[in-house]
Design a binder for this molecule. Structure first.
Ligand code: KG4
Ligand code: ZN
Length: 359
C-alpha cells in the first residue's frame, strides 16, 4: 500500500512520544516530550513520576503529532505502540492509548519490542535503496540495554552480545552521578571530556573472553573472543579513583574532566571493540549504531576508524541525534515491517510487558 500512514506511540521510559510515519521511513511528525527536567533533580528516572507525567503529556503530544503531520486519526492506516520492555507504569499509558485509538477508530494495531525500534531508527528518512542492507550487525547501547544484534532479514533478530550487568548508558549516568554532574550523564560526560585528558586515568578495558584452556591432550586452546559486555567493574574503578582523590582534597574541575575523558575513552573502546569482533565473525553488509549512546561522537569516530583498517566492504549507519534517544518515529519504522507481514494484535488482548524479549 502506498502512502501508508502509521501513528506510533512510545512511552517505555521517561519520554512521551508520538509520531506519524509514511511508508515506513518518511517522518511526517515526531514529537518527543522529554521529562528530563522532572527527573534530573533525583539523578535518575523515578517510575511513579514518569507514569503520571506520561498521562499528563499524552493527549497534547498526540494532538501535536497529528497537527504537525496535517492528518486526522481517521486518515491513519495503522496504530502502533511499544509493548515492552520498560517501566510498567509508563508502558501502560502508551499501550492503552494505542488500544483506545484502535478500538474507537477501528484501526489495525501493532505492538512491538523497544529495541526493535532503536535498530530501525537507522531506516528513518532513507528511501528503500539507501537503507541498511542485510545481513547486518547492530550495536544498541542505551540507558537500559547494551546488545549486539545480528539480522539476516527484516524482523529476524539474533542477540549475539549482551551485557552481564549495567547497560552502557547506565554506566555514563552513574559516573555522572558520582561526579555530581546531573542526569542524563552521557551528553554531559561527552561535553566535559573534550576538556580532559584520555590518558590521565587507566580504567580497565573489561573483556569477558575466557582465559585460554588446555584440551584433553594438554594443548592450549585459544577461546573465541567474547561479544558480551560488563560495565560494573569500570564503574567501580571510577568510583575508587574518585574516593582516592577526595580523601586528599576536594576534586578539581580538571580532575573531573580527566575522569570524563578517560572513562568515555574506555567505555567506547569496549563497545567498538566488541562490535568489530562481531563484524569479523558475521561478515555483514551493514553495521548499525543505535540507542542513546550511539549519539556519542567518540564512539562513532572509533568505529569509523576501525572500519578503515578493516579490509571488507561494509557500510556504517547511525541515526540522526533525535532518533538515537527514545522516540516514536523509530516505532513507526518497525511497525511498517510488521504490517507487511500481517503481524497485528487484538486490542482486547494486548497487554504491556515490562520484560518483553527480542524475538
Ligand atoms: O535510548 P535512550 O534514550 O533510552 C533508553 O532506551 O534507555 O538512551 C538514553 C541513554 C542515557 O543513559 C544517556 O546517558 C545515554 O543514552 N546517552 C549518551 C549520550 N547521549 C545519551 N551516552 C554517551 N554519550 C552520549 N553523547
Ligand atoms: Zn530506548
Amino acid at each position: 500500500m502506498l502512502d501508508m500512514k502509521i501513528l506510533a506511540i512510545e512511552t517505555s521510559c521517561d519520554d512521551t512520544s508520538v509520531a506519524v510515519i509514511e511508508d515506513g521511513y518518511k517522518v511526517l511528525s515526531s514529537i518527543v516530550s522529554s521529562q528530563v527536567d522532572v527527573h534530573s533533580e533525583y539523578g535518575g528516572v523515578v517510575p511513579e513520576i514518569a507514569a503520571r507525567t506520561h498521562i499528563k503529556n499524552m493527549i497534547p503530544v498526540l494532538d501535536n503529532a497529528l497537527n504537525k503531520a496535517k492528518v486526522k486519526v481517521e486518515d491513519i492506516d495503522i496504530v502502533a505502540t511499544t509493548q515492552g520492555p520498560g517501566l510498567i507504569g509508563s508502558l501502560i499509558v502508551g499501550v492503552n492509548t494505542a488500544k483506545t485509538l484502535a478500538y474507537l477508530y477501528d484501526k489495525p494495531l501493532v505492538a512491538l519490542q523497544h529495541i526493535e525500534g532503536h535498530i530501525y531508527a537507522n531506516f528513518l528518512e532513507k528511501a528503500v535503496g539507501e537503507q541498511p542492507q542485510f545481513p547486518l550487525v547492530c550495536l544498541t547501547a542505551s540507558g537500559g540495554h547494551t546488545n549486539i544484534i545480528y539480522m539476516k532479514s527484516h524482523l529476524n533478530y539474533e542477540v549475539i552480545g549482551d551485557t552481564e550487568d549495567d547497560a552502557a548508558g547506565e554506566a555514563f549516568d552513574k559516573v555522572a552521578k558520582m561526579l555530581g554532574l546531573g542526569y542524563p550523564g552521557g551528553p554531559i560526560i561527552s561535553e566535559l571530556a573534550e576538556k580532559g585528558d584520555i590518558m590521565a586515568f587507566n580504567f580497565p578495558l573489561v573483556d569477558l573472553t575466557p582465559k585460554p584452556k588446555r584440551n584433553s591432550e594438554g594443548f592450549l586452546e585459544t577461546p573465541e573472543e567474547s561479544l558480551d559486555f560488563s560495565f560494573s567493574g569500570l564503574k567501580s574503578a571510577v568510583l575508587r579513583e574518585v574516593k582516592v582523590i577526595e580523601r586528599e582534597s576536594k576534586i578539581t574541575d580538571q580532575q573531573i574532566w580527566d575522569i570524563c575523558a578517560s572513562f568515555q575513552e574506555t567505555a567506547t573502546e569496549i563497545l567498538a571493540r566488541n562490535l568489530m569482533r562481531a563484524v569479523s565473525k558475521y561478515n555483514p553488509k551493514s553495521i548499525l549504531l543505535s540507542g542513546g549512546v550511539a549519539s556519542n561522537k567518540v564512539l562513532r569516530t572509533k568505529v569509523e576508524s576501525k572500519l578503515k583498517v578493516f579490509d571488507r566492504k561494509v557500510k556504517l549507519f547511525f541515526p540522526k541525534g533525535e532518533y538515537c534517544t527514545d522516540n516514536a518515529a523509530m516505532i513507526g519504522a518497525v511497525a511498517y515491517q510488521y504490517s507487511i507481514k500481517n503481524k497485528f494484535e487484538d486490542y482486547k488482548k494486548l497487554m504491556p510487558d515490562p520484560n518483553l524479549k527480542l524475538k
